[in-house]
Design a binder for this molecule. Structure first.
Ligand SMILES: [Zn+2]
Length: 549
């Protein structure tokens, strides 16, 4: 009789601790890792050959939004295909519970989601009944609660309202939510006072929860917003996660300062970490959305369709002139709030040419900013941009770099920085589901491939062992996920087998929907969810509620 359910043979193990790789076989029984080492004489009905490959704990997405998406697309293939076996959800103040008739339909809850639950118990039951592909960490969101208690009004809450909010936070965390999240840059939470946030975070902490925050500003208000997050953590005695850290708009250049500020807070006893998106583009999808006015370009539609309409505008002298003037107005106007500051461009030096058509005369400008390309052509960048749309059409891909490279490097170098996709789990194969119709971003499919391929192997930004630690034991320990994040005997068998020499993104900004290359096998709780590079539709994940399972 075989001793084990499954054996992974001959791989180089990176156990998630940050230690260098060592050669070991990995044995799995009943969803857990039971032995690691030289297991040449052992047998199992299923054997995966990991010769020449790296074996690591399953990756943890520190910042996702699959809360509602899991009800529509339970397997979450786009997460599994890049090695994520666990996602921390409920971010930016938006959670899938408690739900009432008056707090539905917010961000990440588009029409078409069959909601049959109200509280976290009902949510958990739904996910358990249908099964989910990844492990999912629930949080309760400030915005979701305020939408109900203050009926969506963005104003400071009164004492009675704060008490109701406190009770709801306490209840949700006691029932299993691991954290409390805010999205203080968005209505209807923008007008909440720091005191309200402190009280709600304290309620969460007393029930056993952490605090994660999309802070009040990443642009003009970034220094005050980061300081507020640290103050809240200190006053409430809670662990703080600063979500998708970035420094945009007038705060470009404040990356080092932010890292040092968090380090000083740590030295004074606060437990604080952050996560980041691994793209220099912050939340923005890509160039056209940053540059073009809304009347000319709808980012929710495929670029190929939009380009046809744009070309017809460009053929009309009057419309072309109006478009040119509106692009310039958009660039020059003062920006306010996260969306504007990170998504609308302010300088042609931040719009980069990523791709042009085959044989294009603009090919030599790929990799340059439009500002630089225009200088070399003795042209002006606005006219150059419109000419590129006319000549390259569908093949044109431009990117808006809202994060300065030095800031990006400072955030990535910080050993407390985790990795977030800020995405919803979806599947390339099901293009009509409500979460798949919005324009995708390469990070939705390629975040970990970008880290392990481009940033680690090609640029040497981190060692492979350190990158794997950021994806595994760092988030597992920070979020308190028991028996995950380290590959050792007794841990849950969330495992990624990948090829560090080939791992790479396949999608790009123009064509983001592509699974990455190099992830060979992914196990979730001992079950093969990705085999030979393809998601299998398995539903072996668990809701990692605080007290459950
Ligand atoms: Zn956010």
């Amino acid at each position: 009789m075989p001793e084990f359910d499954l054996l992974i043979r001959g791989g180089q193990v990176l156990d998630g601790s940050g230690k260098p790789a060592f050669r070991a076989d990995v044995a799995i029984r009943q969803g857990r890792v039971v032995e690691l080492g030289e297991l040449g004489r052992s047998s199992a009905p299923a054997v995966l050959d990991a010769g020449g490959l790296t074996v690591a704990p399953g990756f943890i997405d520190s910042h996702g939004h699959s809360d509602f998406a899991l009800a529509v697309n339970p397997p979450a293939e786009s997460q599994l295909a890049q090695g994520f076996t666990t996602e921390v959800g409920g971010n930016c103040g938006v959670s899938p519970f408690p739900l009432f008739s008056d707090n539905r339909g917010v961000e990440f809850d588009p029409p078409g989601v069959p909601v049959t639950w109200t509280d976290i118990d009902g949510y958990g039951r739904t996910l358990r009944e249908q099964g989910i592909g990844i492990n999912f960490v629930p949080q309760v969101g400030h915005m979701t609660l305020r939408q109900h208690v203050l009926r969506g009004e963005d104003r400071p809450a009164g004492e009675d309202e704060i008490r109701r909010l406190e009770n709801m936070v306490r209840e949700a965390v006691a029932a299993g939510a691991r954290g409390f999240s805010t999205g203080l840059d968005y209505a209807p939470t923008r007008e909440s006072t720091t005191e309200e946030v402190v009280r709600l975070v304290r309620a969460a902490r007393e029930a056993g929860g952490f605090y994660s925050t999309h802070i009040r500003g990443y642009g003009a208000g970034f220094p005050q917003a980061l300081a507020e997050a640290l103050t809240v953590g200190r006053k409430a005695g809670a662990k703080v996660i600063v979500s998708h850290i970035g420094a945009v708009g007038v705060s470009r250049g404040r990356g080092r300062w932010a890292v040092e500020t968090m380090e000083e807070a740590r030295e004074r006893g606060l437990r604080v970490a952050c996560d980041m998106m691994l793209y220099p583009t912050s939340g923005v999808w890509w160039g056209p959305r940053a540059v073009l006015p809304e009347w000319a370009y709808n980012w929710r539609c495929p670029w190929a369709d939009e380009v046809r309409r744009l070309r017809s505008f460009l053929g009309d002298g009057i419309l072309r002139a109006r478009l040119r003037a509106d692009v310039e107005e958009r660039r020059a106007r003062p920006k306010a709030g996260f969306d504007e500051e990170s998504m609308v461009f302010s300088s042609w030096e931040d719009i980069w040419l990523e791709e042009v058509g085959p044989g294009s005369r603009y090919h030599r400008f790929v990799g340059l900013s439009l500002g630089e390309a225009a200088r070399r052509l003795s042209s002006d960048p606005g006219s150059l941009y419109l000419s590129l749309i006319a000549s390259e059409g569908e093949d044109l891909s431009t990117v808006h770099r809202s994060i300065a490279p030095a800031d990006f490097d400072a955030f990535l170098a910080d050993p407390w920085t985790m990795v977030g996709t800020d995405t919803v789990g979806t599947a390339i194969e099901r293009s009509s589901e409500p979460f798949n119709v919005i324009q995708a971003h390469p990070r939705h499919y390629g975040t970990t491939a970008r880290l392990l391929g481009l940033l680690v192997r090609d640029r040497g930004a981190l060692s492979l062992a350190e990158a794997v630690r950021r994806l595994t034991s760092l988030p597992a320990s920070f979020y308190g996920l028991e028996d995950r994040g380290l590959l050792l005997s007794g841990a849950w068998a969330d495992v990624v087998v990948f090829d560090p020499s080939t791992v790479s993104e396949v999608g790009n900004y123009g064509r983001p929907r592509a699974y990455p290359r190099g992830f060979v096998h992914v196990l979730v709780n001992g079950v093969a969810a990705v085999k030979d590079g393809r998601p299998k539709g398995a539903r072996a994940g668990q809701l990692l509620a605080r007290s459950a399972v």
